[in-house]
Design a protein around this ligand. Structure first.
Ligand SMILES: NC(=O)c1ccc[n+]([C@@H]2O[C@H](COP(=O)([O-])OP(=O)(O)OC[C@H]3O[C@@H](n4cnc5c(N)ncnc54)[C@H](O)[C@@H]3O)[C@@H](O)[C@H]2O)c1
Length: 365
C-alpha cells in the first residue's frame, strides 16, 4: 500500500488539482466526460519512467469528485510501485469511472471510455478492476488496443497471484525460522476465494496446518473438504495460535485491534492495503518482531500475468517470474531487519531506487 495525503476541499479552493498532482509527482490526469453515454471518468498517469502506465479501471459510485480524484491518484501511484518492484518495464496508472456498475453500464459507455484511453496513444494501458467485467473490457477493446486481461488471453490471474504469495511466504519463513519449509506450520488464510483457494492448495501440498475463514459458507465448505483445512470463525481467526497470518480477503485487517491479538510471527497474504495505517502499523509490526511481506510486492503475480500478455511472453515465463517474488520479498525483509526500518518503507525505497536508476538512462515514455 502506498499512502498519500488526501486532497481536501480546502486544497481545491486554494490550489488547482495540479497542486495535488505535484505532491506525489503525478504526470497526467485526464478528466473524461460524455453526455450521450453518461460517461464520467478520470484517468491518472502517475509515472512512465519505466514504461507505459498500466493499471486497471475501477467503476464505483463515488460520493463526489474529490473521492474519485483521491482514489485515482492513490491507486495509480500504487501501481508505479508495484510495477517497479516487480521488475516490469511498466509505469503506474489507473482509471476510475464514476457511476453505478450495476445500472449504468452499456456498450456505448465503455466504447467511449476506450476512445479516451486510445487518445493517450499507449501512455496508459487499462485492465479490469473492481466493478468491471471481462465483457466491459471487450467493449473498450473495440476502440483501443491498449487493454490487457481480455477473455481468452492471459486468463485468470488468481493462480499466479497465489503462487507469488506462496513463495513470498516461504521467503518470510526462511528469514523468521531459518528455513523455508512450511510443513507443520500453522497458517490462517482469511478469505478463500480465487486467490485464497489456490494458496490453501499449495500450503496443504506442503503439509502445512491450515485454518480458514470466509463469509461465504459454500466456499468455506468446498475449500475445507477439498484440501482438509480447518474452519475458524470470522473474528476468531485473529486469536488462534498460528505461525503465519495470510490475509486474502479484505484490506486494513492489520490494525490496533488485531495487532493486540495476533500471535503470528509472519504476515503474508494477497489482500491489498493490509496495513490500516501504513506508517503506524508498519512500525508496530516491526516493533513486535513480526515479519511483514509488503502487500503490493507479494501479490504482484496478477500484474506479472498481464505483463506476459502484453509482451507476448508465455505462461511459463510468467510462472517463473512470479517465482522471483521469493527473492524480492527476501531482499525486502532482510533489509528491513538489517536496517531496522519497516518492510513497507524498504519496499517503497527499492521501487523508488529502480525508477531513479532507470530514469538516468531513459526518457519518460
Ligand atoms: N485475484 C488476483 O489475482 C489478485 C491480485 C492482486 C491482489 N488481489 C487481492 O487479493 C484478495 C483476494 O482476491 P480474490 O481475487 O481471491 O478475491 P475473491 O473475491 O475471489 O475472494 C475473496 C474472498 O474473501 C471472502 N471474504 C470477504 N469478506 C471476508 C471476511 N470479512 N472474512 C473472511 N473472508 C471474507 C469472500 O467471501 C471471498 O471468498 C483481494 O484483496 C484482492 O484485491 C487479488
Amino acid at each position: 500500500m502506498i499512502e498519500t495525503r488526501k486532497v481536501t476541499a480546502e486544497d481545491l479552493v486554494d490550489n488547482p488539482v495540479i497542486a495535488a498532482m505535484s505532491e506525489y509527482d503525478h504526470e497526467q490526469l485526464l478528466f473524461c466526460n460524455d453526455n450521450a453515454t453518461g460517461l464520467k471518468a478520470i484517468i491518472a498517469v502517475h509515472n512512465t519512467t519505466l514504461g507505459p502506465a498500466l493499471g486497471g479501471t475501477r467503476m464505483w459510485m463515488y460520493n463526489n469528485e474529490l473521492e474519485a480524484i483521491n482514489d485515482v491518484l492513490r491507486l495509480s501511484r500504487g501501481m508505479t510501485y508495484k510495477n517497479s518492484i516487480s521488475g516490469l518495464n511498466l509505469g503506474g496508472g489507473k482509471a476510475v469511472i464514476i457511476g453505478n456498475s450495476k445500472t449504468m453500464k452499456s456498450e456505448a459507455l465503455f466504447r467511449r471510455f476506450g476512445k479516451f484511453v486510445n487518445g493517450l496513444a499507449g501512455r496508459y494501458i487499462t485492465a479490469e478492476d473492481v466493478g468491471i467485467s471481462p465483457i466491459d473490457m471487450t467493449w473498450v477493446n473495440m476502440e483501443t488496443d491498449h487493454v490487457v486481461g481480455l477473455p481468452g488471453k492471459s486468463g485468470d490471474p488468481s493462480p499466479i497471484t497465489a503462487l507469488g504469495t506462496y513463495v513470498g511466504m516461504k521467503a518470510c519463513a526462511k528469514k523468521q525460522f531459518g528455513n523455508d519449509s512450511l510443513a507443520g506450520k500453522k497458517i490462517a488464510v482469511q478469505g478463500v476465494g480465487h486467490v485464497g483457494e489456490y494458496l490453501v492448495k499449495h500450503l496443504r501440498e506442503e503439509n502445512a496446518e491450515v485454518y480458514i475463514s470466509d463469509i461465504d459458507e459454500g466456499t468455506l465448505k468446498h475449500v475445507s473438504e477439498t484440501y482438509g483445512a480447518k474452519v475458524v470463525g470470522l473474528d476468531e481467526i485473529y486469536d488462534i495460535d498460528m505461525d503465519i497470518y495470510a490475509p486474502c480477503a479484505l484490506g486494513a485487517t492489520v490494525n490496533d485491534d488485531t495487532l493486540s491479538r495476533l500471535k503470528c510471527s509472519i504476515i503474508a497474504g494477497s489482500a491489498n492495503n493490509q496495513l490500516a495505517n501504513e506508517v503506524k502499523h508498519g512500525q508496530a509490526v516491526l516493533d513486535k518482531g513480526i515479519i511483514y511481506a509488503p502487500d503490493y510486492a507479494i501479490n504482484a503475480g496478477g500484474v506479472i500475468n498481464v505483463y506476459a500478455e502484453l509482451t507476448s511472453n508465455t505462461s511459463e515465463w510468467a510462472l517463473q517470474k512470479a517465482e522471483g517474488i521469493y527473492d524480492t520479498i527476501y531482499e525486502i525483509i532482510k533489509r528491513s531487519t538489517d536496517e531496522n526500518i519497516p518492510a513497507y518503507a524498504i519496499a517503497n525505497k527499492v521501487a523508488e531506487e529502480r525508477i531513479a536508476a532507470v530514469g538516468k538512462v531513459k526518457l519518460p515514455y
